[in-house]
Design a protein around this ligand. Structure first.
Ligand SMILES: N[C@@H](CCC(=O)N[C@@H](CS)C(=O)NCC(=O)O)C(=O)O
Length: 220
């Protein structure tokens, strides 16, 4: 086995990136030790755009994960890789219908919400309109997530076991709050977010607990 295959995984991450946060939660839940390599999405116009990082992730986004001698990109694909190679503490239910529900919620958030309020899109939309834009798409998506949860949720998004859907939901709620989305119409989303707030894997993955979180931030 090559040295790179047994090296500690390296996660290219930005403290406030919801996509990096999904992977941090999954790694923590599965108790996989890893090092963080911070990529600032704002310093010098964004380190994600520099030549060196483009070699790691040609999409010029975080996260990227170096693991088992491979470099992986795309947070959902990474979570599936972790699930398949490290089945301890499963992030997908055994039941096929429940699995479909997990994937459905993951898809709504990761395809239907986050990409529309991502930094590069908001820059394109412009400073003046960006808050309203982000609120519109998050609200639209959360309506669908809340509806899905009305039949799937137990203690967590799907039943009583934490799944990939929870790894995606919590960071998206943080984004919603950042853009001052009114969350009162989504009581199930709020309940699950509160439930997971104190979970150690989720706490350790929180932006305020990241090495690149600016020290002047409140609650740091
Ligand atoms: N589909 C990708 C999306 C990654 C993504 O959008 N990352 C954001 C941070 S959450 C980013 O790096 N944005 C940089 C930019 O927009 O320039 C994934 O799930 O990993």
């Amino acid at each position: 086995m090559s040295l790179s295959a047994i090296a500690k995984p390296i996660l290219y991450s930005y403290w406030r990136s919801s996509c990096s946060w999904r992977v941090r939660i999954a790694m923590n839940l599965k108790e996989i030790p890893y090092d963080i390599k911070p990529i600032s999405l704002i310093k010098s116009g964004g380190e994600q755009h520099c030549n060196e990082y483009r070699e790691v992730n040609p999409m010029e986004q975080v996260p990227a994960l170096q693991i088992d001698g491979h470099t992986l990109i795309e947070s959902v694909a990474i979570m599936h890789y972790l699930e398949e190679t490290r089945p301890q503490r499963p992030l997908l239910p055994q039941d096929v219908h429940k699995r479909a529900k997990v994937r459905e919620i993951v898809e709504i958030i990761c395809s239907g919400i986050q990409p529309l309020q991502n930094l590069i899109v908001l820059i394109h939309v412009g400073e003046e309109k960006k808050k309203e834009w982000a609120q519109h798409w998050i609200t639209r998506g959360f309506r669908a997530v809340e509806k899905a949860l009305s039949t799937s949720a137990g203690k967590y998004c799907v039943g009583d076991e934490i799944s990939m859907a929870d790894c995606c939901l919590v960071p998206q709620v943080f984004n919603a709050r950042r853009f001052h989305v009114d969350l009162r119409p989504y009581p199930i989303i709020l309940r699950i977010d509160r439930e997971l707030e104190s979970n150690p894997a989720f706490r350790a993955a929180h932006p305020s607990n990241q090495p690149d979180c600016p020290p002047e931030l409140p609650n740091k």
